[in-house]
Design a protein around this ligand. Structure first.
Ligand code: SF4
Length: 470
């Protein structure tokens, strides 16, 4: 275990005062993983901007390169290490600043990489900009290869975190996208899924105080954001002063303004009737993402998921009773160790019966340290074949779901794609390419009624119906 946390030594290599590149400090961030990681990268970028730094695309030569890592699988670790090596080449300091879940899972291993300049845990993200700025101002040097003891290892910088919510006013963070802003409401998880280490790198569930979330939502609405996307690790565990997720959604939807709130991913066992009752009400999108992972009770047990296929289907039916137009999306892991043909057939059957609007599918990939990584994995060939069959079925159920809205007018937010404001996102999560004469009148972040003309596998085509308010 390393003892020294900050070592700053003078070396040559960085130009002194009076040189432009010294004055204009530049940085780039590469983010891997979930919405929360993306949100936190926006936080860091905003902080650095406030400290006078300039953001540049990843790949350009800059002073500091930040890699915000993800560690859900061994494969994502490998990807992160590659980006750290790449990032070190783009940084004038000859190394990358690394943060995120891989640091949480293996701080010493990450700090031990010669390309890692400094490492920050998740709880230290809020103080990263200040730490990096003071280091740059303090040292300004390239301290990589002249460490006092000559060792190549990066100093494992440890900010005396973790910092609570109050440390940094998140609500000042500019929305990532002009149209749909991530709104962090929660962090952490106390689940025990056998393939997952997120609880050990994100910690126990903790919620942002309701008042702070509403303040942040207010600022985003006032900034012209038409859609707020609730973000966290297990947002269904939200709890603040007795307010649960449903109460939070209700409170946000009650705010004045032209906007809507999207619930996103909720663990099936966290779904309440009250939450189901809110979906589709004014200001709340008809969309929920319910990770299933497998349709087989035997595999769900091996995954240590806290529900059976039957219980999951009950939740789907309760949502369908509420409104059969609600888009239900899901996650499915294919090729979980021990998954047999019957298990997979049960998954396909579930997908057919649930009528998912979309399926995010993942081939099982071991995560060292998670119980499932010690079980013999499925044969690669079987996993590929099953993945292909699931992909085809999911495309059919998705198309069937979208076809039900052909000719209908849908509430949409207009987004920019390929430089044109011609992509409309409906509240029930259908992406529609705008065509027709009025398409040119569409503006980014506009809220509009869009008629879905044709649903297709490659693209859904629609036309502007008329200007609308939510
Ligand atoms: S609910 Fe399960 S899969 Fe999701 S973060 Fe928690 S442990 Fe991981």
């Amino acid at each position: 275990m390393r003892s020294d946390y900050i070592t700053v030594t003078q070396v040559s290599g960085i130009n002194g005062p009076g040189d432009d590149s010294f004055m204009k400090k530049t940085f780039s961030i590469k983010t891997l993983g979930c919405k929360l990681n993306q949100y936190e990268s926006a936080l860091i970028a905003r902080q650095l901007a406030e400290c006078g730094w300039e953001a540049r695309p990843f790949g350009e030569a800059v002073d500091v390169v930040i890699i915000n890592t993800c560690t859900v699988t061994d494969r994502s670790d490998k990807k992160c290490r590659n980006y750290i090596r790449q990032g070190a080449r783009f940084s004038r300091l000859g190394g990358a600043v690394v943060t995120g879940c891989m640091v949480e899972r293996d701080r010493d291993g990450t700090a031990g990489m010669k390309e890692a300049l400094a490492v920050f845990g998740n709880g230290e993200k809020r103080s990263m900009a200040r730490m990096i700025t003071s280091l740059m101002e303090l040292s300004g040097p390239r301290y990589k290869d002249s460490g006092a003891d000559g060792s190549a290892e990066a100093p494992a910088i440890k900010a005396d975190g973790p910092f609570g919510d109050d440390e940094f006013d998140e609500s000042a963070v500019a929305p990532l996208y002009r149209t749909r802003a991530y709104l962090r409401v929660q962090d952490g998880c106390d689940g025990a899924c056998s393939y997952c280490v997120v609880p050990s790198v994100r910690g126990a569930p903790r919620s942002r105080p309701l008042a702070r979330v509403l303040e942040h939502a207010r600022r985003l609405i006032d900034a012209g954001c038409p859609e707020l996307v609730l973000t966290g690790i297990t947002i269904g565990r939200y709890e603040s002063g007795g307010a649960d997720l449903a109460a939070l959604v209700e409170a946000i939807a009650a705010l004045d303004g032209d906007f809507r709130v999207r619930v996103t991913s909720v663990e099936p066992t966290h779904v309440t009737d009250r939450l189901i009752g809110l979906l589709g009400l004014p200001g709340v999108c008809r969309h929920i993402h319910l990770p299933l992972q497998s349709g087989s009770d035997r595999v769900l047990k091996a995954m240590n998921r806290p529900y059976t296929a039957g219980r999951y289907m009950d939740i789907v039916e309760r949502i369908r009773e509420r409104d059969r137009d609600i888009a239900i999306g899901t996650d499915i892991i294919v090729g979980f160790p021990g998954e047999g043909d019957d298990d997979f057939a049960a998954t396909l059957d579930m997908v057919g019966r649930a009528g998912f609007a979309y399926v995010h599918q993942f081939a099982f990939s071991p995560r060292t340290g998670a119980p499932a990584s010690s079980i013999t994995p499925c044969a690669g060939r079987a996993t590929i074949e099953r993945g292909e069959r699931l992909r085809r079925l999911a495309m059919e159920t998705g198309l069937e779901y979208r076809r039900r809205f052909e000719g209908a007018e849908l509430w949409c937010v207009i987004e920019r794609s390929d430089g044109r404001a011609d992509m409309a996102i409906s509240d029930n999560y259908i992406r529609i390419r705008l065509s027709g004469v009025q398409a040119d009148d569409a503006r980014e972040a506009q809220i509009a009624r869009v008629r879905l003309v044709r649903a297709g596998h490659d693209a859904n085509i629609g036309e502007m119906a008329r200007q609308a308010t939510l």
